[in-house]
Design a protein around this ligand. Structure first.
Ligand SMILES: Nc1ncnc2c1ncn2[C@@H]1O[C@H](COP(=O)(O)OP(=O)(O)OP(=O)(O)O)[C@@H](O)[C@H]1O
Ligand SMILES: [Mg+2]
Length: 238
């Protein structure tokens, strides 16, 4: 499955949550059990380290990248009757780009092998990565399921903040409205939305040290937003 979407649209959070539910179902014997492993392009020093990490997560073996690539190809090509289904999440796939594109190519190719029992959940920002890479090589036989995450709407952002607050009355209703509308209009990025809330909370805490404690209001949100959009770089561009 190929999952794409701009930053902060909940791709990583959603996949983690879905896996958690599936693992729960497997524990209750509602689903066949499976092994879940994940790698993240951002945490690899080099794209080829993906092979090393995947092999280590699957078997505990530590070998060089080229050796790991050979072992993995062999593993997914040969029948293993007792092998469990493996779900591999590859987050930040964009960063596994190599000149020959072989890492990405293999990630899309292994699951198509008859004996692999491998499901890959690839997450990326770029929507057409599969077409841009290799895909003339394998596109035809790829039954790639795709899912694209859309930027959050203001209602959804409002819900995310409210669920995070977990009914603690720390924000004025209008303040939540303001930040949700502002971020939805700009990018729909939940991470940015939560960052603004966090900063507004700090501003509020700092201001109320001198006076009586108060909750986060629209003025705190406005100040946090102004701060975030007035970095020296942005000012220079203006
Ligand atoms: N539906 C949601 N409910 C609660 N929190 C959410 C939801 N969606 C996103 N978040 C929170 O917003 C932040 C960003 O989400 P996430 O990391 O999943 O984005 P992403 O799409 O993976 O972004 P990137 O492309 O930058 O990796 C996280 O802190 C996450 O917990
Ligand atoms: Mg992510």
């Amino acid at each position: 499955m190929y999952i794409s979407g701009v930053p902060g649209t909940g791709k990583t959070a959603t996949v983690h949550e879905v896996i958690r539910c599936l693992q729960q179902a497997a524990e209750n014997d509602d689903l066949p059990s499976f092994q879940f492993i994940e790698i993240n392009g951002m945490k690899l020093t080099d794209p080829h380290q993906a092979y090393v990490q995947i092999l280590e997560l699957l078997t505990g073996q530590k070998v060089t990248a080229s050796h790991a690539a050979v072992l993995l190809a062999k593993m997914f090509n040969t029948p293993g009757p007792k092998r469990k289904t493996t779900v591999l999440m590859v987050d930040e796939l964009d960063l596994l780009w190599t000149r020959k594109q072989n890492v990405m190519y293999n990630l899309f190719d292994w699951p198509t092998q008859k004996h692999s029992k491998l499901i890959i959940l690839a997450i990326a920002n770029t929507m057409d990565l599969p077409e841009r890479i290799m895909m003339n090589r394998v596109a035809s036989r790829l039954g790639l399921t795709r899912m694209s995450f859309q930027p959050y709407t203001y209602k959804q952002l409002q819900q995310i903040i409210s669920s995070r607050l977990n009914s603690v009355k720390a924000f004025e209703e209008d303040a939540i409205q303001l930040v949700s509308r502002k971020v939805a209009a700009l990018s729909g990025d939940a991470r940015r939305c939560l960052d603004i809330c966090r900063r507004a909370t700090e501003i509020c805490e700092f201001a109320s040290q001198k006076r009586t404690p108060e909750i986060v209001r629209m003025a705190h949100i406005t100040e946090a937003i102004d701060e975030m959009f007035s970095s020296p770089y942005i000012n220079a561009i203006r």
